[in-house]
Design a protein around this ligand. Structure first.
Ligand code: ATP
Length: 326
């Protein structure tokens, strides 16, 4: 029998579509298991400032389809200090919260690992980030929705690119990971995809522009992950503009549009599965782990492992771009 009676839930770091579906699943999964559940506002900062309130089944009605996070998110510098975390712990005790579910990315899990070990609190993490850059899960919440947002945007840009025979560089989010760029590039028929994981891709692009583009293309779309080592779409477009003055080059940075919007059905289901799985993991005595999906099954990965290992891009998808852009 678990000694846990009350679970706190928060969203932290960059927001992602589907976080609300995850909150809903944590709240209802807790109530289903006769636990009280407290919603903590603005991530770790709300824990420090004691901004929290009890949640009920009705508190999460009508949110599965909404983007953003009803609990709000924040980046808390204070939580990175020992004094800040001590305040957070005192508030947990005052509220009778004896376990936490944190929804966020690697920064959120770094904070959770430190806090959980420092004060001996069971914490389970749910991967919520559009970047899909977390080891220990095939999908993070928000990735699929962001993917669809990028593809819709690129389709629209393609229309105008073709009308003017232009070469577009489109920058997508992903920090230092190319998952979003790679998958959305394949889905939108991009002629080239530049990701931080591949250091030699500029020379490939250069060859493509010298040869294939001139012969066969009425427009070209190059997707650039924001963390690409050359320095994002603007820098790459400048370099291509210098190397190939014959092309009419344009840049679009998709920006925060990628974080918003109603979550896709896929993200809602992943969030629902992982939210309930996080509560079950706590009740099973798990702590300091992230719940994730591997081959459609729920898996547990210790925070240490999730943070230490780097998830790699699928080499078969990388190869696809070269084949399909001829
Ligand atoms: P995203 O991937 O979308 O950016 P994230 O969870 O990685 O999400 P961060 O801003 O990196 O976002 O981290 C969220 C919060 O986690 C930070 O604002 C901070 O409060 C906490 N955090 C991050 N690193 C640490 C750390 N070393 N010690 C304590 N807390 C930390």
């Amino acid at each position: 029998m678990s000694s846990i009676k009350c679970v706190g839930v928060l969203t932290s770091g960059g927001d992602a579509p589907g976080m609300n579906a995850a909150i809903r699943a944590v709240v209802r999964g807790s109530i289903y298991n006769n636990l009280r559940v407290i919603g903590i506002k603005k991530g770790y900062q709300g824990l420090i400032n004691d901004e929290m309130e009890e949640m009920f089944s009705k508190s999460v009605s009508n949110i599965i389809q909404t983007g953003g996070t009803i609990l709000k998110s924040a980046r808390s510098m204070e939580f990175k200090t020992k004094e800040g975390r001590k305040k957070a712990y005192e508030n947990l005790q005052k509220r009778g919260i004896d376990a936490l579910v944190v929804i966020g990315g690697d920064g959120t899990f770094t904070g959770a690992r430190i806090f959980g070990e420092e004060f001996n609190i069971p914490i389970v993490g749910i991967p919520g980030t559009i970047d899909n850059d977390l080891y220990g899960t095939d999908y993070t919440i928000g990735y699929d929705t962001a993917l669809n947002t990028v593809v819709q945007a690129v389709d629209k840009i393609r229309d105008t690119a073709t009308a003017h025979s232009r070469l577009f560089f489109i920058e997508v989010m992903g920090r230092d990971a190319g998952f979003l760029a790679l998958r959305s590039g394949i889905a939108s028929g991009a002629e080239a995809i530049l990701v931080p994981e591949i250091k030699t891709d500029y020379s490939q692009l250069d060859r493509f522009l010298q040869n294939e583009y001139r012969k066969t293309k009425s427009s070209s779309i190059v997707l650039v992950a924001e963390g690409d080592e050359i320095g994002g779409a603007i820098k790459i477009a400048e370099r291509v503009g210098r190397d190939h003055p014959e092309y009419d080059v344009r840049v679009t940075i998709l920006g925060h549009i990628q974080r918003g919007g109603s979550p896709s059905a896929f993200d809602r289901v992943v969030a629902s599965q992982l939210g309930v799985a996080a509560v079950s993991a706590l009740l099973d005595g798990q702590r300091n782990i992230m719940v994730g999906l591997s081959d459609r099954k729920v898996v547990h990965t210790p925070f240490n492992q999730a943070l230490k290992n780097k998830k790699s891009l699928n080499p078969q998808l990388l190869e696809l771009t070269n084949i399909l852009s001829i």
